[in-house]
Ligand binder design. Structure first.
Ligand code: GLC
Ligand code: MG
Length: 708
């Protein structure tokens, strides 16, 4: 495969990149080079060209050279545009047409054309779209950051847009619209980007976006050891230097929610007995010189230290260098401490990966990126960031159980590798391969359909999944769908991470959304008729109001709230499903309620469930229910297991599924996770084959009787 990257901005050369030489030589170049470096190592890749712009400038002659070789496979090629000089990104739009022209000329001279283009940032996206129009080469797009997000932040902070002049941001947004609309696939770094940031674009097509977290460079963390200067920096605050610390490292901004950690620590005497608290929140000289937000955070922290009288138990170093960071984690690791990230929402969570790479267990917010990290690394626990009691309880549990600490430490250290550039490149190559796959033979319509829950059914055991995938590879007439509580992007992301087969159909957000994969392409299109049908009587806002005062019931993170799905976490004992149903009834509201894991409570439109969604899909495909197999393990699967005839409950079920009255027809698989799914399909096929034989035999008898 020959991949052509396009990146117009900043100063890009083969060696010694000078990050920060100007504002446009930054993160996106680091990303591009990290990706290219990992990508070229793959046997799937024959050639990589990074196309950038040639210019004359004070930054030196290197950027005017027509090309620059990075390795056997990788080369930088520079094209001149109308303006010969360096231009900041705000002025590059003008150069797009002349750039595209030069690039097309060059491509036409190549012995082999690139199979695919990868455009970085909106300006390159439009170049790629022009090339696609002219030469038919598809492109994938990475925005790196988005104009609409920037504008929102500007407006939120009190900025006023000029009504009649087109700002650089307006132009940028227009350009992004075009780049997004023409892309075969968009690669996002996080769910926040895939589900929120892009959602405001007119060209938003959620099924064309895939999340691949950027690769993290974790080598220095894997080998980190404590050092004296960092020890001193921390210990001067503490009475007892040997206690395990709860460590946090974050920018001093409101959404990082550091105060929750002080409340957790301050309110628990047991935790203060057991541990110290070590807080790194950026660098400061004079508090009063900080930006108002940061100053406010610092003052809060100092206030809480005083309020709970935590002197001698909390370290709050004034400053540290980037080079100190690995040793800061190592300080905590060496003393068998825990890294805590209590952010209200954490889109990605690089610090959690760094902690994992050092071998430090984590406690993190149950919101955003940490979900994925804890799930993959198994290196700690998720907590409600608004519940200091839960944070303290989790910390004590880990600190008081050596074996548990050790498990989290070693699991994280081992698994965090899956977030490196190599893993990123593997997933990326699979996607590119799927995009450029030539229109093959039309797959025949499936004769049977397997619908599988994801968490703890399809996934949960790697060897079981491997066995499943091998088996599935031999099932040519079996269509594959998943039905999950996760959103589309969260589901796709975990399936790709675990290398599960790519589903033909995605039933997501507990049945409230349905997507179909496009033939011969990795993108998905939503079923709008389904959305329309379930929308009847769905009074989202009124339901939110009706449920807001139920004790112990708190909304899950904003990312989990979907148009047709409201999700909560239930704290404490009791029949939350009944309580919610009562509250809905009292307000004359109609909705369906699913409760899973004694913890997750979902409220959906009356007509939406995994069960009704499966039936709807069956109808669309023209498949009788008898030709559909469904498999699940927990509460939100009950509806689909109940309504379908061929229902499989995997051996590791919970929420009482095995003895549920309405599920007595289900097959309880002898084996766990994905192996149980294979057991179930085999069971139902054998049974139906047996009954078909019986029916055929009795037909024969009748025929015989008739002929006598
Ligand atoms: C998934 C979803 C969550 C939902 C749960 C149970 O974990 O992310 O929002 O509550 O499934 O359906
Ligand atoms: Mg499940």
């Amino acid at each position: 495969m020959f991949v052509l990257h396009i990146a117009l901005q900043g100063c890009l050369r083969a060696t010694d990149i000078e990050y920060g030489v100007n504002v446009d030589t930054g993160g996106h170049i680091r990303y591009l080079l990290g990706l290219v470096e990992a990508s070229q190592k793959s046997a799937d890749i024959d050639r990589i060209v990074v196309a950038t712009r040639a210019f004359d400038s004070e930054f030196g002659p290197d950027y005017a050279a027509p090309s620059d070789r990075m390795s056997d496979k990788v080369e930088i090629v520079r094209f001149r545009t109308v303006d010969p000089g360096y231009l900041p990104k705000e002025d590059l739009w003008r150069e797009v047409p002349s750039y595209a022209e030069a690039l097309i000329d060059w491509i036409e001279q190549q012995p082999v054309r690139p199979a695919i283009i990868h455009a970085h940032y909106a300006d390159a996206g439009v170049v790629a779209d022009i090339v696609r129009g002219k030469l038919g080469i598809p492109y994938v797009f990475v925005a790196h950051s988005l104009g609409r997000v920037k504008r929102k932040a500007f407006l939120d902070s009190g900025g006023v847009a000029h009504p009649d002049s087109e700002s650089a941001t307006d132009i940028r947004i227009k350009t992004e619209e075009r780049a997004v609309a023409g892309a075969s696939l968009i690669i996002a770094s996080s769910r926040d980007e895939a589900e929120n940031q892009y959602a405001d674009y007119e060209a938003y097509r959620p099924g064309h976006i895939r999340i691949i977290p950027p690769g993290a460079e974790l080598t220095t963390f894997r080998t980190a050891m404590p050092n004296l200067s960092v020890d001193k920096m921390i210990n001067r605050f503490l009475v007892n230097h040997d206690k395990p610390p709860l460590l946090t490292l974050a920018r001093p901004v409101v959404k990082k929610n550091i105060a929750a950690l002080l409340h957790a620590f301050g309110e628990s005497k047991a935790l203060q007995e057991k541990a110290n608290l070590v807080i790194f929140v950026g660098n400061r000289d004079d508090l009063n010189d900080l930006e108002p937000e940061s100053a406010g955070i610092l003052k809060d922290i100092l206030y809480l230290i005083d309020l709970y009288d935590l002197y001698g138990k909390v370290a709050l170093p004034k400053s540290h260098q980037p080079a100190d960071v690995p040793a800061i984690y190592a300080y905590a690791w060496y003393r068998r401490g825990i890294f805590v990230n209590p952010a209200l929402n954490e889109p990605f969570g690089l610090t959690l990966l760094e902690a994992a790479a050092v071998g430090l267990p984590i406690i993190a917010t149950d919101s955003g990126g940490p979900n994925d990290i804890v799930e993959i690394c198994q290196n700690g626990e998720l907590v409600d960031p608004n519940d200091p009691g839960e944070i303290a309880a989790s910390a004590l549990r880990i600190l008081n159980d050596e074996a548990l600490w050790q498990d989290y430490s070693s699991e994280g250290f081992r698994a965090v590798r899956r977030f490196d550039w190599r893993s990123h490149a593997n997933r990326y190559h699979r996607l590119l391969g799927a995009v450029i796959k030539q229109e093959g033979q039309q797959q025949p319509a499936p004769r049977e359909l397997l619908v599988c829950d994801i968490d703890n059914t399809l996934l949960g055991s790697r060897p079981a999944l491997a066995e499943f995938s091998e088996w599935f590879g031999t099932q040519h007439k079996l269509g594959f769908a998943i039905a999950s509580g996760r959103s589309l992007h969260s589901a796709l992301s975990v399936l790709e991470q675990e290398e599960a087969p790519l589903p033909d159909i995605m039933i997501t957000s507990v049945g409230s959304e349905i997507y179909y994969r496009q033939p011969d392409h990795p993108s998905y299109v939503p079923d709008l008729e389904w959305a329309d049908w379930i929308s009847e009587n769905w009074e989202r806002e009124q339901i939110i109001d009706a449920l807001q005062d139920i004790p112990g019931l708190r909304p899950q993170s904003p990312l989990e709230q979907r148009r047709f799905k409201l999700s909560y976490i239930a704290h404490g004992k009791g029949d939350f499903k009944a309580r919610v149903e009562e509250a809905l009834q009292a307000h004359n509201l109609s909705a369906s309620v699913a409760f899973s894991h004694n913890r997750y409570l979902d409220v959906l439109p009356r007509r939406a469930s995994k069960g009704t969604a499966v039936e709807f899909v069956g109808k669309r495909l023209g498949l009788a229910n008898a030709r559909i197999f469904v498999a699940g393990d927990s509460g939100n699967d009950i509806e689909m297991l109940r309504t379908m005839p061929n229902s499989i409950i995997v051996a590791n079920f919970r929420d009482g599924l095995g003895s549920h009255e309405a599920l007595s027809h289900c097959f309880i698989a002898p084996r766990r996770h994905a192996r149980g799914v294979v057991d179930g399909v085999t069971h139902f096929r054998t049974n139906s084959a047996a009954s078909a034989r019986l029916a055929a035999a009795s037909d024969d008898q009748e025929a015989m009787a008739g002929s006598l």
